[in-house]
Design a protein around this ligand. Sequence first.
Ligand code: FAD
Length: 458
Amino acid sequence: MTVICWFRRVLRLDDHPALVAAAAAGAVIPLVILDPREASDRPASAQRQAMALGPLDHALRKIGSRLIVRRGDPAKVLEQVLQETGADAVHTTVGFPFASDDGLAEVVERGGARLHLHDLADLVPRGSVLTGSGGVYKVFSPFWKAVRQVDIAPPLAPPSLSAPDAWPDSDGTDWPEARAAMDRGWDVMAAHVRAGEEEAHARLEEFMSGDVAGYKQDRNHPWRPQATSGLSDALAVGEISARRIWSRCRGEFEQGIPGIEPFLSEVCWREFARELMFETPDMDRSCWRKEWNDFPWRADNDDAEAWRRGRTGVPIVDAGMRELYVTGRMHNRVRMITASYLTKHLLTDWRVGLAWFEHCLADWDAASNAMNWQWVAGCGPDASPYFRIFNPETQAEKFDGKNQYQDHWMRPDAPGAREFAAAIPRAWDLDLTKRAMPRISLAEGRARALTAYEEVKS
Ligand code: FAD
C-alpha cells in the first residue's frame, strides 16, 4: 500500500504523529503543498517555511526517502497527486489553527483515497485540559497549573520509511511566489534564520547549556537575545514540537533548576493561545471581550504608517519596527512596547498592528499573534488592563538602559538599514541618521487613550 504523508507546518521527522501512522501503513510519499495565497498574505512566514524545506528533504534523503513539493491550491494539488500516484490514503496533522480541514475528506475521497487526521503533538491534545465546569481556561495561571498536573505524552521517535515503487515529480524546494512577495529581498531575513530540525534541536541544547538560571530576568532585555531560546520560528513551522521541548526540560524541571519553570510556562502560553483560538476561531478578527467592539480605536492612519516604517520618533518603538522588518522577529518585550504604543498612544485598532506583524513575522502563529495583540490592547482574555499604559521611555530605561538595542537598530549602517530605507515610501524622510519627529507627545497620547477608555466605560 502507498500512502501520502502531507506535511502541514509540521516540518520535521521527530514527534510527527501523521508520519508515524503513515510509515506503519505502507510506503510513504512525503508531500508539502505551497499555497501561493500564503506567500502573498504572510511573506515572511512563507519564506520561513520555504527555508525549512531543504533541510527536511535532506533529512528524508538520509533515510532513503525524499520530499515532494508542489505549488498551488492545496485541494487541487492533493487530488492531482492522488491521481498520479494512486495512493490509498493521506495522513496529515489537523489543520487548526492555520488551515481549515472543511471539505478535505471529500477531496481525498475524490482522489480515491481515505483521509486520516492526526494530532499536532502539542503539549496537550486540544480541548483535553478544561476547567471544573468543562470549559476552556480563560486565565493563564490556572491553565498552567492544570497542564503541570497532566502526564504529557512523550514525543514519538522518527519512523523508518519505505519508498514507493515510483516517485512523483517535485517542483523543488524553492518558492518563487514567496521570493517575489518578500519586498525587502529574501537574503535580508535569511541572514537571521537558522532553519531545519537539526538546528532547532541544536538551539534547544544551546539554550539548556547556557545561563538558564538567568532566564527569568534576562528574557526581558532585548539586548540579551541569547537569554531566550529563539525557538518561536522553529515552533511556528513545526521543526520542533512543544512535547520534545517539554521532554528535554522535564528532568531539570523536576529537579527545580532555576529558569526552567518560567521557560516552560512561556511554552505553555503558546498552548494557552491555541486553546483559546480552538474555542474562539475569530480571535484574530474580533475582540474577545465583546464590549470592546465599541472602543473608539482609529482605523489605519498616517500614524500607523509611521509606526510600520519605524518613524514614530520614539527610539525603542522605531528600533523594534526595524528589527521586525529586517529579521522577521522582534524581541518579546519590544513587541509589547510597540503594540502598546500603537493601540494606546496612537489609539489605533489592534487589528492594524496584528496585520503588520502577520506580514512581517517569521514566527507568525495565528493564535499567539491574536492572543498577544488582544492581551496588550486590553480586550482579550486575561488581558493587561487598558489603563495600564506602558511608557516606552521608562520601558527603554528599564530594559535597555545602555541603549544597546536601540543604538544597534537605529544606526544608519545597521544590518538591513539600506533595505529598510528602500522600503520607506519616497514621501518619507529617508535620512536614517535623523530621528523622526514624534507623532504625539507621550503625555498627550496617554491622556487621549485614558479619555477614550473613560468614555467607553461610562
Ligand atoms: P522564549 O522566551 O525562549 O520562549 C519559548 C517559547 O515559548 C517561544 O518560542 C514561544 O513559542 C513561546 N512563547 C514565549 N512567549 C510567548 C507569548 N507571549 N505568547 C505565546 N507564546 C510564547 N509568538 C509567536 O510565536 N508568534 C506570533 O505571531 C507572536 N506574536 C506576538 C505578538 C505580540 C503583540 C506579542 C506581544 C507577542 C507575540 N508572540 C508571538 C510571543 C513572543 O513574542 C514570541 O514567541 C517570542 O518573542 C519568542 O522568542 P523566543 O522563542 O526566544 O522565546
